[in-house]
Design a protein around this ligand. Structure first.
Ligand code: ZN
Length: 436
């Protein structure tokens, strides 16, 4: 009896003593944005319809896919190059599309990198005819080797939160006439289980597919899945295969630790992993949340200001592992200057986004020129002012482009979508706004 009482008291004392540390509890999300599950759409054979039809469809929903090219089939390098610039992943599907691509693991990567520039290089490969080549050559050159499956067998082909058992055998469910036309079924099932599912599509019914004539899929089937994902954005993370793989590998290897000695009204953290950068730099942003009762914060990592959100007793932000100390500052602790009249609903700080080569060039500025402004109106539309003739690009919190357009008129609604932080780039100016 006494022993039990004593031990309960000891536990209580321990909790009390660590109360401050408890307030600094930080956790890394299983999936970006603390969503429930992940899905990747991959496209094989470099069909012309991937440039002409898939890319605009994905852009419409603000999502990115993975496009596996066959070097010797003369893909539209310029079209796929533009897709890479826009955040899609270009990947390898061998040089020659022989029965087995053994011997082409390194050379196909190098050949595609000669045409396509993207932040992480060519880091995933899909095997022609689903035949696994030399596994060690695959894993020396790629972070993912993708196989395929003819159909969805009640969930046997999907993956849990830690990915596949073998990164040289990442499964994907084939769609179209030789596969399944049910994308939403496996997608919903996997997301509900907190896992990751990938789909493999060739060309599209009735479109210009070039050499990708096998197992055409109705474009409307893909659109139905993207629409479902968008409607369930808080649960479903859609991202290219290489990005999801990178996220899983980083998340499994990373830790976030409170740091001592920060200024009053701040919490400091170190986010780090020790994955070797032998194939790619593992610096895909991880989603973090910190338990806190602060209602307004500023989050920085090194020199960069990070987008952040306070919700339900947590502070949310995305940070890059091994990139300097993360400092969360209580923004209510110090007096602040009044916010710009041009951006009445944007209470959060401007942000530098580091997750893609396109956004890393942004230098946030005060939008001083010409009275240019960006804000979220009462109906949740990102709206710009005085941007006539200027290029307008909206990025989501992952740094992916969700809208590009040109400024017309003195006031213009440019985008609405899921809640969260966005970066609006107008010409060379950039501003963070928050759809609430
Ligand atoms: Zn193929």
């Amino acid at each position: 009896m006494n022993y039990k009482k004593l031990s309960a008291a000891a536990v209580a004392a321990g909790l009390f003593a660590t109360g401050y540390a408890f307030a600094q509890d930080a956790e890394i999300a299983t999936w970006a944005g603390f969503r429930k599950g992940a899905v990747s759409f991959t496209f094989d054979d470099g069909a012309p319809s991937h440039v002409s039809d898939a890319a605009p469809l994905f852009d419409k929903y603000g999502y990115k896919g993975t496009f596996n090219l066959v070097v010797n089939w003369n893909p539209d390098w310029s079209g796929f190059g533009n897709m890479a610039k826009n955040g899609h992943e270009i990947a390898s599907h061998s040089n020659s599309h022989g029965n087995n691509m053994s011997g082409e693991e390194a050379s196909s990567k190098k050949n595609i990198e000669g045409h396509i520039q993207q932040k992480y290089g060519i880091i995933t490969v899909a095997y022609p005819n689903c035949n696994v080549p030399n596994e060690s050559a695959v894993l020396q050159n790629y972070i993912v080797g993708r196989i395929c499956n003819g159909s969805w067998q009640g969930g046997s082909d999907d993956m849990g939160k830690d990915g596949p058992s073998n990164w040289a055998k990442v499964p994907a469910i084939m769609t179209g006439s030789q596969g399944t036309n049910d994308i939403q079924g496996p997608l919903k099932s996997t997301v509900n289980k907190g896992g990751w599912v990938a789909f493999l599509t060739h060309g599209f019914s009735g479109k210009n597919n070039g050499s990708a004539t096998y197992s055409p899929t109705d474009l409307s089937t893909i659109e139905g899945a993207l629409k479902y994902a968008k409607e369930n954005d808080k649960d479903v993370w859609v991202a290219p295969m290489g990005h999801v793989a990178m996220y899983i590998k980083e998340r499994k290897a990373s830790k976030i630790e409170p740091q001592d000695g920060g200024a009053a009204g701040t919490m400091s953290f170190k986010l780090s992993h020790s994955i070797a950068d032998n194939i790619s730099k593992y610096d895909y942003p991880l989603s973090i949340r910190v338990k806190s009762d602060w209602s307004k914060v500023e989050v920085t990592q090194g020199e960069a200001k990070l987008e952040s959100k306070v919700d339900g007793g947590y502070i949310y932000f995305d940070a890059v592992p091994n990139e300097g100390t993360i400092v969360v500052k209580n923004a209510n602790a110090a007096p602040e200057s009044s916010s710009s009249a041009e951006a009445p609903t944007s209470s959060s700080s401007e942000a530098a986004v580091s997750s893609s080569s396109e956004t890393s060039a942004i230098h946030p500025s005060a939008f001083e020129n010409r009275g240019i402004a960006a804000y979220v109106d009462n109906n949740g539309y990102i709206t710009v002012q005085n941007a006539q003739g200027m290029k307008i690009t909206v990025f989501n919190s992952l740094g992916n482009v969700v809208r590009t357009t040109k400024g017309i008129g003195c006031e213009q609604k440019v985008y609405t979508g899921a809640k969260g932080m966005y970066i609006v780039k107008i010409g060379n100016n950039a501003k963070a706004v928050n759809i609430k």
